[in-house]
Structures are given as structure tokens and as C-alpha cells.
Design a protein around this ligand. Structure first.
Ligand code: NAD
Ligand code: UDP
Length: 346
């Protein structure tokens, strides 16, 4: 058991977790790095898998229950000798041997995480406990994809990692926000109590190809609406802000965090900040200047502003986003056009 010392710092636990397979120290050991990606059939997860699979020394195992993800996102890897796909719900224990765990499993879009809030909490709490238990048993390093939602409706702007947040504990978004906050707590308790190697990324709004077309998130909504010639639905008042990170930048940040020496939490996001009205106007200009923009009713507890302070990511990970919104949106448009089968106007 870890003890708290007089200066409030935790001493390292007396019994460290088992180190990875003793075979790893053998110079004849041939195996690859085994990496588990929970939620790997989802939007960010599948892009992460693509990047991890580029390294021939990696063996990637995806565990996903396909709630919001799809095998289609992983189509090109199915059958690859270094790839394995398991239909698995993280609220159940998983017994496999791995060296690293990227723990992403959790619906990210408000309409999906509010659909079955009790299940969302179970996924965040029991799911994270199970993955930490696995990390402890096999001595794996584990990275949690937490969220900017842990800052709630922030009273500090931009948000840096020292901010404790302004979260409604009983609202309709709480299953996700508080679920992720507990997941972060569990990560640090396993770290202090059992010596588990942890990494926590606080992800800010991310967009790119493979997002679910009708998942209700703002960028996917606006692009699909513009392509279908429907009005862009700006939820009132439209002055609320978000900062959008292109998915390739996000994946780069997550891998740097996993491979680096810092536990985090570290904000990973693009500090470019836009109001939802500005985002609608940009999508309109880039995709179809003839579409209209209409104001619709908002949902409860919508954060009014959000922008990451990425000083830590820059200094500790040498990371900053490269893709500007105006460059990323056309890449997503192309993917949506293909899936919706809407050719570009001549
Ligand atoms: P996504 O919904 O596309 O992917 C989540 C994946 O997890 C899906 O494949 C889904 O089927 C799977 N999943 C959900 N519940 C599960 C369960 N109980 N067991 C096994 N698998 C389960 O979402 P995403 O945008 O790729 O987000 C990935 C992670 O990043 C999530 O943890 C999310 O909270 C976090 N995040 C994303 C954003 C964003 O803007 N996309 C922002 C902040 C945080
Ligand atoms: N939003 C909007 N129109 C839409 C969907 C969302 O104006 O069709 C707004 C929503 O009110 C919020 C922002 O876009 O202020 C981001 O919402 P999203 O669901 O994408 O993610 P969040 O950051 O709220 O989790």
C-alpha cells in the first residue's frame, strides 16, 4: 500500500506491479510490442490503429462493443497477421497479455452518451477499473482519453490542466463529464497505490474522416447538412465557442504522450477558437454558399466557451497541432461526399 508522507507526496508502493514478460529481457525474444486499443473501432481509435499498424514492431488488438464504432473503420486491417479484433464490452473484465493500453472505449457524442447514461457511467467507471486491473496484472502502461468536458462550463479561459472545472454533477451531461472525472481519479489512485504507469490525455473537440455522419456533433452535422443542401442548425445562442483539432494531430499527440515520460493530465487540442456561428459560416463558404443557417434550440448545460491551453503539450511532448480548420474541413468533406454518395458540383 502506498503511504502519504508528511509533505503530502505519495511514496512509491512497496510491491510494484509485475514487469512485462521475463522473456522481454532475452536477446532472442522475437515478439512485437502488443498494444490494446479499447474503442479502436471508433472515430479516433481507428485512426490511432492506422498509425500504430504502420510500425512493423507493433501488434495491435482492438476491443470494442461496436456501440458507436464499426468494423468498417478497421476494414483494411482485418486478417492482417499483426492485427486482432475482439468484440468485447469493457464493462466486463478482459484477460489478455499486452504491453500498452490505449483506453478510448466510451461514446463521445452527446446524443450517444446521453442515450443510455447509466451505461455511459458504467463504461467510464467499471470499464476503466477493468482496464486498470488488466494493466496492473500484466504491468502494462495505460493511457486514458479523458476530455475537456472535465472542465464543464469553464470559468477559466483558456483552460489549463490545473483548473478543477465547473461541472454540474446531476445534469444530463454528467454521466459523461463526471464519468471521465472518476476515470481520471481511478487512474491516479492505481498509479499511487499500485505503481501503474499511467497517461491521461484531455482531448478537446476532434474532427475528421470516419466521424459518424449523423452523430449530432457539430462539425459532422454542419458538413452533412451542407452536402445535403439543408440549413445548418446553429444551436442558440451561436456565440458559444469550441476549438477543433484535426484527427491526425490528435493521434500524433496521443502517441507522444504514451511514449513520453509524463503522466499528464495533458490537454491535447487545437487552440484555434470559433463561435458556432463562425463555424457555420466557414462550412457554408467552403462547401455550399447557397445553404442557409438557422438558429435552433440548444440542449441543457452546453459549455459556453472552450479553448485548450496547450503549453504543457508543447513543452513536455514537443507537440502542437499542424492542421488548420480551413485545411481539415475539406478532407472531411471529401470523406462525407463518398459515404453520402454526393459528387462535387461542377
Ligand atoms: P467514438 O464514439 O467514435 O468511439 C468510441 C468507441 O468506443 C466506439 O468504437 C464504441 O463502439 C466503443 N465503445 C463504447 N462503449 C464501449 C464499451 N462499453 N465497451 C467497448 N467499446 C465501447 O468516439 P471518439 O470520438 O473516437 O472518441 C474516442 C475517445 O476519445 C472517447 O473516450 C472520448 O470520450 C474521447 N474524446 C473524444 C473527443 C472527440 O471530440 N472526438 C473529445 C474528447 C474526448
Ligand atoms: N451545435 C450546434 N449545432 C449542431 C450541433 C451542435 O450549434 O447541429 C453546438 C452545440 O450547442 C455546442 C457545440 O456545437 O455548443 C459543440 O457541440 P458537440 O455536440 O459537437 O460537442 P460538445 O463540445 O458539446 O461535446
Amino acid at each position: 500500500m502506498a503511504k502519504e508522507s508528511s509533505n503530502g507526496k505519495y511514496q512509491s508502493p512497496s510491491k510494484p506491479p509485475p514487469s512485462p514478460s521475463p522473456l522481454r529481457n532475452s536477446k532472442f525474444f522475437q515478439s512485437n510490442m502488443r498494444i490494446l486499443v479499447t474503442g479502436g473501432a471508433g472515430f479516433i481509435g481507428s485512426h490511432l490503429v492506422d498509425r500504430l499498424m504502420e510500425n512493423e514492431k507493433n501488434e495491435v488488438i482492438v476491443a470494442d462493443n461496436y456501440f458507436t464504432g464499426s468494423k468498417d473503420n478497421l476494414r483494411k486491417w482485418i486478417g492482417h497477421p499483426r492485427f486482432e479484433l475482439i468484440r468485447h464490452d469493457v464493462t466486463e473484465p478482459l484477460l489478455i497479455e499486452v504491453d500498452q493500453i490505449y483506453h478510448l472505449a466510451c461514446p463521445a457524442s452527446p446524443i450517444f452518451y446521453k442515450y443510455n447514461p447509466v451505461k455511459t457511467i458504467k463504461t467510464n467507471v467499471i470499464g476503466t477499473l477493468n482496464m486498470l486491473g488488466l494493466a496492473k496484472r500484466v504491468g502494462a502502461r495505460i493511457l486514458l482519453t479523458s476530455t475537456s468536458e472535465v472542465y464543464g462550463d469553464p470559468l477559466v479561459h483558456p483552460q489549463d490542466e490545473s483548473y478543477w472545472g465547473n461541472v454540474n454533477p446531476i445534469g444530463v451531461r454528467s454521466c459523461y463529464d463526471e464519468g471521465k472525472r472518476v476515470a481520471e481519479t481511478l487512474m491516479f489512485d492505481y498509479h499511487r497505490q499500485h505503481g501503474i504507469e499511467i497517461r491521461i490525455a484531455r482531448i478537446f473537440n476532434t474532427y475528421g474522416p470516419r466521424m459518424n455522419i449523423d452523430d449530432g456533433r457539430v462539425v459532422s452535422n454542419f458538413i452533412a447538412q451542407a452536402l445535403r443542401g439543408e440549413p445548418l442548425t446553429v444551436q442558440a445562442p451561436g456565440t458559444q465557442t469550441r476549438s477543433f483539432c484535426y484527427v491526425s494531430d490528435m493521434v500524433d499527440g496521443l502517441i507522444r504522450l504514451m511514449e513520453g515520460e509524463h503522466t499528464g493530465p495533458i490537454n491535447i487540442g487545437n487552440p484555434g477558437e470559433f463561435t458556432m456561428q463562425e463555424l457555420a459560416e466557414t462550412v457554408k463558404e467552403l462547401i455550399d454558399p447557397e445553404v442557409t443557417i438557422k438558429s435552433v434550440e440548444n440542449t441543457p448545460d452546453d459549455p459556453r466557451q472552450r479553448k485548450p491551453d496547450i503549453t504543457k503539450a508543447k513543452e513536455l511532448l514537443g507537440w502542437e497541432p499542424k492542421v488548420k480548420l480551413r485545411d481539415g474541413l475539406p478532407l472531411m468533406e471529401e470523406d462525407f461526399r463518398q459515404r453520402l454518395e454526393i459528387p462535387k458540383k461542377k
